[in-house]
Design a protein around this ligand. Structure first.
Ligand code: C2O
Ligand code: CU
Length: 464
């Protein structure tokens, strides 16, 4: 993969970023010439929002001036630029979850970039190489900032994709609110040491069970991102024929029914749904996990039937992810465990002040200017297999920054060779994830249950 070429391009883009200088470049995407994109302004703000019956919630955080953070649209292979302007009284950054980009754009404070303090800004510029559904969020004081609203969805379009009759994007997340609609404590230590602390109010696009209209008999592309800090979902679609076409930003090798599909924080799925023919018929997306199943959102058929066939959904183009070479791959063992130690809070970047979890027995000390040594040093361009074992009774959505892996095998289930950036490992499962270390830099690897991430279950690999 020619990240170097793209890096060169990005430098140009970053320099031209704020102005109107046009540049032409010939890169891996062919001889296009593009004007430097005007940066999207992502300004953090503290707002009021109506998240539940019973009143407006204060101290909600967003990008922009009202409502949910915008769904960002990018195009595969085309430069994107955004300026983060920090207008809240807490340092922040933006991480572009799942997008393979240069390390300096990855948004992890200390490891790759400085904090963006109140009143400061930071320019992000990169060219997404992959089409799919991704998302963005801070990587500093994450429990607080994400918990209060800073989680947004990214759609990277592939102009070559088949047109659907409708597209619906859902940002799924919870809120920890009391009866008076105000925020309550973001976590409880005893829950942080188990599955994490669940929200009390559950939303899709910041709404309770929103309903969207879609053409009767039409094909809908439903893009779902789980941006919650804690909750694992088990999906069920009722009232229509639905099939999973992509997971975590990549097409699935073989399509399957979404029913009972388990996905954790950080994961995304794309469904093709064939709407019912009768006008007014309702299709519901449900979460059936746990003791309080819930209808998350519904789609309603409108108009005369378009009479489409779900089998007409063309296969999605694979993303240009390098193929792992298993004959030369070096293996890296990774054990996820619980620790009992209490590590004092260093107060930096929202440390929770506890250490409940560890990777290879080392609990992450919190985001500090002096992080622990990398878990492994990888050689640029070489193949690796992470052999990961979950020694805890909980599930963990483990996320790798900067590179996509292929799911090779699991000790407990049949797996497809999915390309992904987040794997939900179950209790007592062992899984092998293969990838090519083709992106230089320091890349975090952590559990995306934020309380686990912030209380030890974080590490990083260095690619040189
Ligand atoms: Cu979604 Cu380290 O992040
Ligand atoms: Cu975890």
């Amino acid at each position: 993969m020619t990240f170097l070429t793209r890096r060169g391009l990005l430098k140009t883009a970053a320099i031209a970023g704020a102005g109107s200088v046009a540049y032409a470049a010939v890169g891996r995407f062919g001889g296009w010439a593009a004007a430097s994109p005007d940066p999207v302004i992502l300004q953090t703000a503290k707002i009021q929002a109506a998240l539940m019956d019973g009143g407006q919630t204060s101290n909600v955080l967003t990008y922009g001036s009202a409502g949910m953070p915008p769904v960002l649209r990018m195009r595969k292979g085309e430069p994107f630029a955004a300026r983060l302007v920090n207008a809240i009284d807490d340092p922040t950054t933006i991480h572009w979850h799942g997008i393979r980009l240069p390390n300096k754009m990855d948004g992890v404070p200390f490891l790759v970039q400085p904090y963006v303090y109140t009143g400061d800004h930071f320019d992000y510029a990169f060219t997404p190489p992959d089409a799919g559904t991704f998302w963005y969020h801070p990587h500093c004081n994450t429990l607080e900032q994400m918990g209060h609203g800073l989680t947004g969805v990214i759609v990277v379009e592939n102009p070559a994709d088949q047109k659907f009759d409708a597209e619906v994007v859902l940002n799924l997340r919870d809120w920890r609110l009391g009866d008076d609609a105000q925020f309550i404590e973001q976590f409880r230590p005893r829950d942080a040491a188990r599955t994490g602390t669940y929200g009390t109010v559950r939303t899709a696009n910041w709404l309770d069970q929103p309903r969207y209209d879609a053409p009767a008999g039409g094909l809908v592309r439903l893009r779902v991102a789980i941006t919650d800090v804690t909750r694992i979902y088990a999906f069920l679609v009722e009232g229509a024929n639905a099939t999973v076409i992509a997971l975590d930003g990549n097409p699935v090798p073989e399509r399957f029914s979404p029913d009972a599909l388990l996905l954790g924080p950080g994961q995304r799925m794309e469904l093709a749904i064939r709407m019912p023919d009768e006008e007014g018929a309702v299709v519901s997306l449900r979460d059936v996990r746990g003791t309080k199943p819930k209808v998350l959102a519904t789609l309603r058929s409108v108009g005369g039937s378009l009479k489409r066939d779900i089998r007409d959904v063309a296969p999605l183009e694979a993303n240009p992810v390098a193929e792992v070479d298993l004959s030369t791959a070096q293996h890296i063992s990774l054990a996820l465990s619980a620790t009992a130690e209490n590590v004092p809070s260093d107060g930096i970047c929202g440390s929770l002040g506890y250490s409940f979890w560890a990777i290879n027995k080392v609990p992450w000390p919190g985001d500090t200017p002096d992080p622990t040594a990398p878990l492994a040093e990888l050689k640029l361009g070489k193949s690796y297999v992470i052999d990961m074992e979950n020694l805890t009774p909980q599930s963990h959505p483990i996320h790798l920054h900067g590179m996509s892996f292929k799911v090779l095998s699991s000790s407990t289930r049949q797996v497809q060779p999915l390309i992904s950036d987040t794997y939900l490992i179950q209790a007592n499962e062992k899984v092998s994830l293969g990838f090519v270390a083709d992106n230089p830099g320091d890349w975090l690897l952590h559990c995306h249950i934020i309380e686990h991430q912030k209380s030890g279950m974080t590490s990083y690999v260095r690619v040189v």
